[in-house]
Design a protein. Structure first.
Length: 145
């Protein structure tokens, strides 16, 4: 659980600790840019109340300017976060993580992340390391103005 007073300008939420392997190029970029960030694991499937608490914490202090959410399999985390943030100006970038090769994995993820209901914006920035790096670059542009 994140203490609200410690919330960073960039919140990175991943569905599983296993997804951390995809973060390295993006984290390196953020450090080079001096972007304050926090990484938290929160599964919407295994711990929906924990995910809710994390989002509420980000909104309470409004110090969080961008959220990057990454997940594998059902890719639910980015969409749930985008839904919670409808009445805010906080953008959500969704990234699909998978160690499984093949175009069906990528196509499925693209469909899941780009098929939000009308009026629920979620930017799909890509797949694995490259997608996470793209999300970090966009987040840095927003945070630095």
């Amino acid at each position: 659980m994140v203490k609200e007073e410690n919330m960073s300008k960039l919140l990175i939420m991943i569905a599983s600790k296993n997804d951390e392997v995809f973060l390295q190029p993006g984290i390196k970029f953020l450090k080079e840019q001096g972007i304050d960030h926090e990484i938290h694991n929160s599964s919407t499937h295994r711990d929906p109340s924990g995910t809710n608490a994390m989002i509420v914490g980000a909104l309470t202090k409004m110090t969080c300017k961008v959220i990057i959410a990454g997940a594998a399999t059902a890719t639910g985390l980015p969409g749930v976060i985008a839904g919670y943030l409808l009445k805010t100006n906080i953008p959500v970038f969704g990234v699909r993580f998978s160690k499984e090769p093949g175009p069906n994995i990528i196509e499925d993820a693209t469909f899941n992340l780009s098929s939000m209901p009308s009026g629920v914006p979620l930017a799909y920035t890509g797949f694995n390391e490259k997608g996470f790096l793209h999300a970090c670059i966009l987040a840095a542009r927003i945070i630095k103005g």
